[in-house]
Write a protein that binds this ligand. Sequence first.
Ligand code: MGP
Ligand code: SAH
Length: 573
Amino acid sequence: MSSSTESVLDEQGDYQWPWCQMGHFGINFIQSDDSKAYVEGDLTRAYIKDYDLLKASKRPKPEETEELIQTDLSEMSLKEDETEALGEASDKLLDEKDRAFEVLPKWSSDKRKGKKKKGKGRYNYHSFKEYWDVSCFWLTQLTWLNDFGEQMTEDNRKELTKQCDEMKPIYPIDHHENLLENSDYQNVTKKMIETNPEATFEEIYAEHCSIIKKQSEIDYHIFQTKEVTRRCKDMISRVKRLGYAPGFEETQFPAFYNLEDHSKIREKPVIKEIRYTIDEAYAKKFCGADPRDEKTDESTASTSDINIQQESSSQNNITNDNPSEIRFNFNPETEQHLIASNAEKLYANDPEISKYYWQRYRLFSRLDEGIIMDREGWFSVTPEAIAEHIADRVVRHNVSVVVDAFTGVGGNAIQFALRGAHVIAIDMDPVRLKCARENARVYGVEDYIDFICADFFDVAATWTMDKKMAPKVDAVFLSPPWGGPSYLKAKEFDLETGCCPNGVDIFDVSLKISPNIAYFLPRNTKVSQLTELAIKAKSRMEIEQSSLNSKIKTITVYYGKLAYREKSQKEEN
Ligand code: MGP
Ligand code: SAH
């Protein structure tokens, strides 16, 4: 696919299912070693529907349960006691009446350029320089007028008052809102005049400007800290309204740490600056609809603390300790418990699994043609429509070889292969890998998939140590175990402790194989952790929610070239 075709497709979000970009963010971080990092990304959603497959699964519940989610500058004069304080020097200055005005730089209407920013609300200045450019005339002249206006002629005083009025920035920082009431901005050159009565107006004016600038810079930074903290909190509440689990902690916001304090060990990257846009229309549409609070659209949803992996191993009566005993051929006589279409009876007393049976065709539309699954396969296989969408997204980026590092029963591997990719399918569980191969046969794509029964960490280590052993990999897909169906019990899913193996370690190892990673994760995974992965990958990111029949089921996080990029951004690079 040519890159121009690719950008057109991506720009449209021209996927099989309706897709939208709900938000965009850019965050500057300071990491634990004081280094800086920038992460840019998008929050998106794919609206996938599979009502037909759900219907065919003969759900016992009625259809309705599907529709769930879902400064008047009046003349200023020095007060009497302040005028006295200026002492003899002031008297001398009074003789030279208009020098207090003439020393000022010539005003021209050009200086207004860049001052007015259109739009409502606050303007987010990018730097002190930007703020100073917009406000220096007003800050220096108004304070000068306040300190020396009495020594000007009536006309000049009026003229300067008018200019100051016109040059007031639309969005002054809080400290400058009532500038002349702020003691930090009154009689700023008093000390200089007292210690150097011979000082000329030129010298006094230069000192005046320098002091005003220094004070403004201090106040600007205090203001910025408050602003960035406010923006952090605001972004987090909006992200929550979209159904994500933000995962950021207050200690990561500027108001809660001291940037200068290098002695403090920071455990997590802290936010220096944050910018975002969130589409309010989407935020409103799903306002208050935390998908985790919603009822399920499945029949007998329940959760349990049972250690699913142990159960699975005992049920299959196979351990991974002795790979030489593994038999990869499926025997329908002796392994009837794996046949998916027979599972109703097998799992009749196992509500955790029977709920998946009652949505079985959404897992594999060709389930009755010989699909096989073990217990863990049932609750961890990616629903077919979601797997189709992910495959479409991954393969369209000139991806011909995909590593499916946690293949399971093959839900994703099959869809990558169906879209023409060559798949390297890895799983350390021989029974599940056997299921994957059998299922790939049902879909006619077994020849496009290499099955490797091994620990992904071992495979990755082999490929990393010996480059000759390593295939050319275009993308890595990750769908590790989430610790069983109880992953939704916690408000926020922790990538490090929730995934087994550790989800951060999995990502680190995958990065050594390819920068292009699609990470399939629980919908309540902490956005903060996903952002930290993007810092490591030095890549942009996209967190895509898979909405299945209006319910957010899962998220897929794309890194590297798999992440959404607007056409204009593509052209820039
Ligand atoms: P789910 O637990 O069935 O959520 O998982 P749902 O349907 O929202 O449940 P409810 O009780 O809130 O109604 C949804 C999907 O996530 C499953 O169909 C799987 O595709 C995927 N999934 C679930 N688990 C527990 C795992 C897992 O451990 N690993 C992987 N890779 N996918 C999983
Ligand atoms: N996407 C799959 C489901 C994956 S479930 C599908 O659609 O079917 C997660 C799988 O990861 C399980 O099958 C489990 O056996 C496997 N797994 C867990 N740890 C692993 C490891 N270290 N290396 C390889 N596979 C692993």
